[in-house]
Ligand binder design. Structure first.
Ligand code: ZN
Length: 455
């Protein structure tokens, strides 16, 4: 009799020793506050980190010095060229039928109104699709207002359908002849906070000034129109195109003991919008990734076989700019082949409930993902079907064939806070950060230690 083997010789099992180490790391990480503490430091000692601002520069300096203080083997940065944009003054008031101030914010790369603002009546569309039906040029002298509300779901699936008004509404409004675009914020809260966010503009400005209203202000406009009024508003937005600027991706590595050139990529994006302090988007992801690699280095009885590369991505919010530059450079120099598997944490600070793998994970490696999910079961995580890119900044790497995982977080309240002044540290639950650290530690340790190929 020979010893039992896997039927397919190319299937490499996860050893008992690897599983035992992952279990002991998991059970220690669930009591460890390092991710929470890193997030507290970033959001308190730095704050908002919008490209082209002193806050972004301070965030990059913070990341380099924190990675060094955590004892990473290698800490370095790579420059990324981009075009900067910043907001200035932004006010809006209802002039008729009665004077009222509204709470608004400019969308990313919005162009300015004329100095002193513009005054116009609004024309209401219940959705982007309704604005599409308006005749070209029919909104001359008016402001187009799109009022549909994003639906809240645990997995955030209401975001995509609502988001087209934010990303492409400005072009459509211009095509219809409007002076400006006003949208209901893409968010699920009832607070008087507007949600900013990117438009589909890579550089320069939107076609017309493009602005988001807080949900209560959008409701107010809709009610006025229900009464039969045609609100006239004044909108004053002043923004600035900074032209070419340089941002950075920041890296911290725990060098692998046997296969140092093979890398497991984990990360979050270091930039944030400028309104809050970027706690749930995406300070949490930055902190979880940094804490995970440092925790494995400090607590595993062996250094993992492969390198764990923490990437703190630059300028995600303005269009995955750091991630695209990173993937392009690795495609050009051929080192893309060394990327074993990756994932980004970029969906807030809620607990992880599901583990999903991308379609480019080899069938021979699926059992490893199943093993990870099994070990995460005690933490409330279950194996999920479906495909994934592994998070926004993993999209360019996934497109080049790098296998990816999605550590699915409960996003029930994520879009209450997302891109608003309310995205601050006090919203983060330390217990959830400990759970994230434990889940990410199981994933990163096994991915870096298991000797088989995920491709
Ligand atoms: Zn994000």
């Amino acid at each position: 009799m020979t010893a039992p083997t896997f039927a397919n010789e190319s299937i490499v099992p996860v050893s008992k020793e690897t599983k035992d180490i992952a279990i002991s790391l998991r059970d220690k990480a669930i009591n460890d506050d390092s991710a929470y503490e890193i997030l507290k430091s970033l959001t308190t000692e730095v704050g908002a980190r919008h490209p082209g601002t002193p806050g972004e520069k301070a965030g990059i300096e913070w990341a380099v010095s924190k990675l060094k203080a955590l004892g990473f083997d290698k800490v370095y940065t790579e420059d990324v060229e981009m075009n900067g944009w910043i907001r200035g003054l932004e006010t809006a008031e209802i002039l008729l039928p009665s004077y009222q101030k509204m709470v608004i914010t400019a969308l990313g790369r919005s162009k300015s109104t004329p100095e002193g603002g513009l005054e116009a009546e609004i024309v209401h569309f219940k959705s982007y699709a309704d604005l599409e039906k308006a005749a070209d040029g029919s909104l001359k002298g008016k402001i187009a207002f799109i009022s549909n509300r994003m639906q809240g779901f645990k997995d955030g699936s209401g975001y995509g359908p609502a988001n087209i008004a934010r990303s492409k509404g400005h072009e459509l409004a211009a095509q219809k002849g409007a002076e400006a675009l006003l949208i209901r914020s893409i968010g699920t809260d009832d607070h008087r906070n507007p949600h900013t966010g990117a438009t589909n503009v890579a550089m320069g400005y939107t076609a017309v000034p493009a602005v988001a209203l807080s949900n209560p202000d959008a409701d107010q406009l809709v009610r006025l129109m229900d009464y039969g009024h045609i609100p006239k508003i004044r909108l004053n937005i002043q923004t600035k195109d900074l032209g070419p600027i340089v941002t950075k991706n920041v890296f911290g590595e725990i060098t692998g003991r046997e296969l140092p050139n093979e890398v497991v990529v984990i990360g979050g994006h270091l930039d944030s919008w400028d309104l809050g302090t970027g706690a749930v988007d995406d300070g949490a992801g930055v902190a979880i990734a940094m804490a995970t690699a440092a925790f494995i280095k400090d607590n595993a009885i062996i250094r993992p076989r492969r390198t764990i590369r923490v990437i703190l991505w630059g300028a995600e919010e303005l269009g995955l700019i750091g991630a695209r530059a990173y993937a392009k450079a690795r495609q050009d120099d051929g080192s893309i082949a060394n990327h074993v598997i990756g994932s980004e944490s970029d969906f807030g600070a809620g607990p992880v409930y599901g583990l999903q793998s991308s379609s480019n994970v080899s069938p021979n490696a699926i059992h490893v993902i199943d093993t990870m999910a099994g070990l995460m079961g005690k933490l409330g995580v279950s194996r999920r079907s479906g495909n994934t890119t592994g998070g926004p900044d993993m999209i360019p790497l996934s497109a080049l064939g790098v296998p990816a995982l999605n550590l699915m977080q409960d996003g029930t309240d994520y879009f209450d806070l997302h891109h608003t002044p309310d995205d601050t540290f006090d919203k983060v639950n330390p217990e959830h950060m400990r759970q994230n650290l434990a889940v990410w530690t199981v994933f990163a340790f096994i991915a870096a230690e298991w000797p088989g190929s995920f491709k």
